[in-house]
Design a protein around this ligand. Structure first.
Ligand SMILES: Nc1ncnc2c1ncn2[C@@H]1O[C@H](COP(=O)(O)OP(=O)(O)OP(=O)(O)O)[C@@H](O)[C@H]1O
Length: 228
């Protein structure tokens, strides 16, 4: 197996049909290695979220292949895709999507509990991740009792709970002030490198994108390298 954990090849995707069809991805190729952080910067509507959804197996492209850790996924059924999402992929959304009625610790422990780990082991992992992201002391607080930056760090911890080999983050700092964005991005990048995951991060923030190993954009539905 190559060390490219996430490989997209000839990916094509459009929404709608006929005159109303929006052709978002035309022939997109992208490969992200273990421990590598790729930032994707492109204008609104260019297709960043679509690309992330496809890479995260949240959406099936109309053509092409998405290979995760050596396994081609287009031939997988829904169950296979669900298991791969659960065990191999971590997804960070712009708005944290944490469960409001659970504490930070419970939110982060949830993926491991669903994967069948014991409650003890899931909670230990959750506390370790919250500590690594400097939100350990807030473990017993519910999302509404946390600041935006803290909520986003909890969401990052949750995405990393199952030791994902691929991490996709869609504007993870989009609603934060510059200082907090920097803190959250550093936390995310540190975790990705420590875990040796392959990461694709969509961001509008050029300063943050420059901290990635590589920056790409979307032009006419294709992934192209850029420098900022
Ligand atoms: N479910 C959908 N049905 C129809 N069109 C859609 C759908 N989802 C996205 N689109 C269209 O596809 C294009 C790409 O959308 P996408 O959300 O991937 O862009 P983006 O680069 O992530 O934008 P932003 O930076 O604003 O989040 C847009 O023109 C959008 O209107």
């Amino acid at each position: 197996m190559s060390d490219a954990h996430l490989v997209l090849e000839g990916v094509k995707h459009s929404y709608g049909e006929g005159d109303k069809a929006v052709h978002v991805l035309e022939d997109a190729y992208l490969s992200v290695k273990s421990g590598e952080i790729v930032a994707i910067v492109a204008p609104s509507g260019a297709g960043k979220s679509t690309l992330l959804h496809i890479g995260g197996l949240l959406e099936r492209p109309q053509a092409g292949e998405v290979t995760i850790c050596g396994t081609p996924t287009m031939g997988l059924g829904e169950r296979g895709r669900t298991l791969m999402r659960r065990d191999t992929i971590g997804y960070v959304y712009q708005f944290h999507n944490l469960l409001p009625e659970f504490s930070a610790l419970e939110n982060v422990a949830m993926p491991q509990l669903i994967s069948g780990y014991t409650s003890n082991s899931a909670q230990n992992r959750a506390q370790t991740l919250l500590d690594m992201l400097n939100v350990g002391p807030r473990a017993l607080h519910r999302p509404a009792e946390l600041s935006g930056g803290e909520q986003q760090r909890v969401a990052i911890a949750r995405a990393a709970a199952n030791h994902p080999r691929v991490i996709l983050a869609d504007e993870p700092t989009g609603n934060l002030d510059p200082e907090t964005s920097d803190l959250v991005f550093k936390a995310l990048a540190g975790l990705i490198r420590e875990e040796g995951a392959a990461a694709l991060i969509a961001t509008h923030n050029h300063d943050l994108a420059r901290k990635a190993d590589r920056i790409v954009t979307l032009r006419r539905g294709r992934v192209e390298p850029i420098t900022l």
